[in-house]
Design a protein around this ligand. Structure first.
Ligand code: NAP
Length: 520
């Protein structure tokens, strides 16, 4: 059972105690990062385990291992010895663990800590490569009771795959494998699938999303409440979202909330990726991923990997949802794909406009990517007339020609035609989405106030483009309702069961307010 460990990086011990109190109900243990303490506080660490009231790891991380301690090894060992000295018979008052690096050799200290029941975590840090994790794990432990800890920084999904393979290959060894950074965040959530005995969480002041895109750190509350860490185990089914950058996606929150509500033993995890899709599919096989949402930049590329695709994928040439299936010979797994953006889009806009179709309406679609393909195919099916404008006009042309629609670039030449195609304007590019929230996809266009304007972006809830439209008097709709509706179809496709409709209004309300998801 992997334990949740809060990294304490405060400058003072009392600051760290405050952090502990803030997160106590979410964590099992803490790591006192002595290297982050002010130097006079470093003399006072001996009583910290007693004050903390839960198991504590004593760590003094050197700068070369990503920490802040830049003194010599002699003074580091002196501080370690001070922290571990005067061990008490009541083990709860001693440090439960001490982290010692692979190259540190202090047999006297190690013998003393063992005598009083403090466990050694023997660590190795490699920020450049993920090679030979298995070899490191095997070599690290000097005694059978040590915990091997390997920290690496995966730079892509190929690296992430290597981490999970190492986890599997070292099944019987007590270990911690941690992937740092944006690509490694999943190793914190799936510590149990990886066979890690400890996962690390951090206090996060400013949250862009439950996972920090810079460090991959997750707050204790998010790990427990959004990613349901306590409820999942090594056999829990994994669903995922793959794409890049995935710093603004709400999909894991929708699914994890629904899984909890419906008591389904599954977790939804983001896998940011930019490399070849082969690596994702290999990883999916390794982890037994049951289904995945596929987003930028893979919606088109994924199709060539699929065994069977729905009609929607065939029509649009874009796939946003894949599901693992057993192939006929039963030995092999394959993937089927569908596109849930299609119905998500049309149901959302038709509901908003209180219409059954788009007959006699002239529509401008901005963008010609995967989402635009879904949008345009529905506008065509539901009898709308379209103008497609895209930064790359060739792509707009390609899409428009399929339906005999008009097309153009996103420039002043398009303005006259756009005025005639302005009953509805649908913005399908990521422009204006978090974190570049001040960007406008087509600032040359001045709204006249009669347009209905939909922006597929849902974070922020009102983009600069929608703000301008609203100010001119237009009716505006963001991509949030579409997101929920497509998730509903996806859920049905993945699990062959009905989405809990009663959750939809509540989900929409809670997901707008990122801090209240756990109340569900
Ligand atoms: P995609 O396949 O990568 O297509 C991106 C489109 O945006 C292309 O047309 C691209 O133009 C254009 N674009 C990108 N950056 C641009 C820029 N700086 N200026 C002008 N145009 C730019 O992505 P997608 O899958 O279609 O997704 C697009 C957006 O829709 C994303 O924000 C996504 O989150 C959102 N979305 C929302 C929902 C929902 O349920 N609400 C569903 C699906 C997608 P070029 O061809 O010139 O590169």
């Amino acid at each position: 059972m992997a334990k949740i460990c809060l990294c304490l990086t405060g400058k003072t011990l009392s600051e760290n105690i405050e952090l502990l109190e803030k997160y106590r109900r979410y964590i099992d243990m803490a790591e006192l990062r002595v290297d982050c303490l002010d130097s006079d506080e470093r003399f006072l660490i001996r009583r910290f385990p007693e004050q903390a009231g839960l198991p504590v790891i004593l760590t003094i991380r050197r700068t070369r291992d990503g920490g802040y301690f830049n003194g010599g090894e002699g003074s580091r060992i002196a501080i370690l010895s001070r922290g571990l000295a005067f061990a008490e018979a009541d083990k709860r008052n001693n440090f439960a663990y001490v982290e010692l690096e692979e190259d540190l050799d202090v047999p006297g200290l190690e013998e003393a800590v063992r005598t009083f029941g403090t466990r050694v975590i023997r660590s190795s840090y490699d920020f450049e490569s993920v090679e030979n994790i298995t070899g490191k794990i095997k070599k690290l432990r000097r005694m059978g009771d040590e915990i091997a800890k390997v920290v690496v920084t995966p730079k892509n999904l190929k690296d992430v795959l290597a981490i999970y393979r190492a986890g599997r290959d070292n099944g019987g060894i007590e270990k911690i494998i941690l992937g740092l950074g944006h690509f490694g965040a999943n190793t914190r959530i799936l510590a149990k699938h990886l066979g890690s005995s400890i996962t690390y969480v951090s206090d996060m002041q400013k949250q862009e999303f439950p996972i920090s895109s810079a460090t991959g750190q997750i707050s204790p509350r998010d790990l427990v409440e959004r990613f349901r860490f306590r409820e999942i185990n090594a056999a829990t089914d994994i669903f995922s979202i793959v794409g890049f950058p995935l710093i603004k996606t709400f999909t894991p929150q929708i699914y994890n909330t629904v899984f909890r509500h419906e008591k389904i033993d599954a977790v939804y995890v983001p896998f940011p990726a930019q490399d070849h899709l082969d690596y994702f599919l290999e990883l999916a096989g390794e982890l037994g991923i049951k289904g995945s949402l596929v987003t930028i930049p893979y919606k088109e590329e994924i199709i060539s990997y699929l065994h069977m695709v729905s009609n929607d994928v065939r029509i649009t040439g874009a796939c946003n949802t894949i599901k693992a299936v057993s192939l006929a010979d039963q030995k092999q797994k394959g993937w089927n794909g569908t596109n849930t953006d299609i119905l998500g889009f049309s149901e959302s806009l038709l509901h908003f406009m209180n219409r059954k179709n788009f007959r006699r309406l002239k529509v401008t679609v901005i963008g010609a990517g995967g989402a635009a393909r879904a949008v345009v195919s529905e506008l065509f099916r539901l009898k709308g007339k379209c103008l497609i404008l895209n930064r790359n006009a060739v792509r707009a042309r390609e899409l428009a020609l399929r339906y005999d629609y008009k097309w153009g670039g996103l420039d002043s030449h398009a303005l006259d035609t756009m005025e005639r195609y302005s009953d509805i304007i649908i913005q399908t590019t990521p422009v204006g989405s978090f974190p570049e929230i001040n960007e406008d996809p087509f600032e040359l266009y001045q709204f006249n106030g009669h347009e209905t304007v939909m922006d597929l972006v849902y974070n922020p809830s009102i983009t600069v483009f929608l703000k301008r439209a609203q100010a001119a008097g237009c009716l505006i709709l963001n991509g949030f309702d579409m997101l929920i509706r497509q998730a509903k179809h996806q859920y049905q496709y993945f699990l062959d069961r009905d989405f809990p409709d009663q959750l939809i209004p509540r989900l929409a309300e809670l997901l707008q307010d990122k801090d209240t998801v756990q109340k569900l």
